[in-house]
Write a protein that binds this ligand. Structure first.
Ligand code: UDP
Length: 465
């Protein structure tokens, strides 16, 4: 057997094959994992779609294999009113479309590799079940990368039981009911939909994620023990035969370069340099979440009326109904005049660097898992406005378990509520802001103590497959 500290360069160089799900929040952790494995001596081959294809020139050490697929290169928009359903349909369509061409390319690669380095395994996103299946059929062991929390994975695994018990699909009158089997979740923290078609797609997507892990030789999670000790212990009991590798926080441990799908505005870092410590509210809702035009107006006036300095990421496509190709969704009349000199609005930011900047004192986030982890590692307290998938559960942990942020009420944004939340979050002297900031800094130092020990375990496991 192999021991911790092994590398893949022993008598024979080993190659790992990677297939990220082509969305920003999934590409980042997969490339961070690639960086870690490459630094341990593995050769790396990245399979990818044309949709959100990675920039190979940023990774001269890796091989890239395009898998051309005829799925539309588009994100959900107004043409498809349910963004969640559209995204999940897109992912299912990608799975189906990639299956045959991936099989062909993988078989060709295995043929070539017989005389070169040996293929150790495929690591694919848990949302690419069809491709994990293909690899195993061709004799390649698989590991599944899930880019969410351990708590979320446990909730996904319990999803059918939660449906059987009547928690789901969520009933309006039950939203605040605790999920007794899965504290601290409440019904409103579970993925659901009032449309039965959408709920069916959500259920299927979740079931595929769980199957992808259960049928693989290991589940890799971008989390760490100090953050989710009980959740990881329970998950290990529940998964029993599938080893779980908590190798996060990946963005801290890995030497990976940026893989931003949109161009980052680095000028905002210079602007942050001119601001007082912990004074700026950073606002970003990630790469997929969208809002209505009304929510945008309320968000804008909430930020303006808060009176605080701010850095706001207004991504093209953020507002439903605004043409996605427009440079940025238009802000309400008078917003710029009301906030002149006090804030900066950008299309896309270098988020990790922004959160690590001493001027940033709070983060209004949609609670995507990467954003949540990045804020945890930077010690920045959060204001949470989750919209779908695992975001509600992440917000619940931020607000209720780690107590490093506060959740806004679900539903529509209201400027007065935003103003009050910003005041509570950013008031460094008063409670609850000071308590949240203190706990966030404690968690930051716990995150900084995380070692590469679990990466060593993963490397040994891959070498022993
Ligand atoms: N991100 C970024 N610039 C921005 C906003 C987000 O680089 O202006 C990055 C962020 O650092 C994170 C990823 O995009 O790594 C978003 O992932 P997350 O899981 O938070 O949300 P998703 O986009 O998947 O909903």
């Amino acid at each position: 057997g192999s021991s911790a500290g092994d590398t893949a360069t022993g008598d024979r160089r080993r190659r790992v094959l990677l297939f990220p799900l082509p969305y920003q929040g999934h590409i980042n952790p997969m490339f961070q994992l690639a960086g870690l494995l490459h630094s341990r001596g593995f050769a790396v081959t990245v399979f990818h779609t044309h949709f959100n294809a990675p920039d190979a020139s940023l990774h001269p050490a890796y091989d890239f294999v395009p898998v051309p697929v005829p799925v539309p290169n588009c994100m959900p928009d107004e043409a498809n009113p349910d963004a969640v359903q559209a995204t999940l349909d897109h992912i299912l369509a990608m799975n189906r479309a990639c299956e045959a061409p991936f099989r062909e390319r993988l078989a060709a690669l295995l043929e070539q590799q017989r005389t070169r380095d040996g293929v150790a395994c495929l690591i694919a996103d848990t949302q690419l079940l069809s491709l994990l299946d293909v690899a195993r059929e061709l004799g390649v062991p698989t590991l599944a990368l899930r880019t969410g929390s351990a708590a979320c994975f446990r909730m996904f695994a319990a999803f059918p039981a939660l449906c059987d018990k009547g928690y789901l699909p969520a009933q309006e009158s039950q939203l605040d009911a605790p999920v007794g089997e899965l504290p601290p979740y409440r019904v409103r923290d579970l993925p659901s939909s009032s449309s039965s078609a959408c709920f069916a797609v959500i259920s299927e997507a979740i079931s595929r994620i769980v199957t992808a892990a259960a049928t693989s030789s290991g589940l890799i999670l971008n989390t760490f023990d100090a953050l989710e000790p009980a959740e990881l212990a329970l998950l290990r009991q529940e998964l029993a035969t599938v080893p779980v590798f908590d190798i996060g926080p990946l963005h801290k441990l890995s030497p990976a370069a940026s893989n931003s799908v949109l161009q980052q505005d680095r000028g905002c870092l210079d602007w942050l340099d001119t601001q007082a410590p912990a004074s700026v509210l950073y606002i970003s809702f990630g790469s997929i979440a969208s809002m209505s035009a009304t929510d945008l107006v309320e968000t804008a006036w909430g930020i303006a009326n808060s009176g605080r300095p701010f850095l706001w990421v207004l991504r093209p496509g953020l507002v439903r109904g605004a043409p996605p190709e427009s440079r940025q969704p238009p802000l309400p009349d008078g917003f710029h005049a009301a906030t002149r000199g006090r804030g900066t609005v950008v299309r896309w930011a270098p988020q990790e660097e922004v959160l690590a900047h001493p001027a940033v004192g709070g983060f209004w986030t949609h609670c995507g898992w990467n954003s949540t982890l990045e804020a945890v590692c930077a010690g920045v307290p959060m204001m949470c406005r989750p919209s779908f998938g695992d975001q509600m559960g992440n917000a619940r942990y931020v607000d209720h378990v780690w107590r490093i942020g506060l959740a806004l009420d679900g539903g529509e944004v209201e400027r007065g509520e935003v103003e009050a939340a910003v005041a509570a979050l950013m008031d460094g002297g008063g409670e609850p802001g000071a308590g949240m900031r203190r706990r966030a800094l404690e968690l930051k130092s716990r995150a900084a103590e995380t070692s590469c020990l679990n990466v060593d375990k993963l490397v040994s496991h891959i070498l022993a497959l």
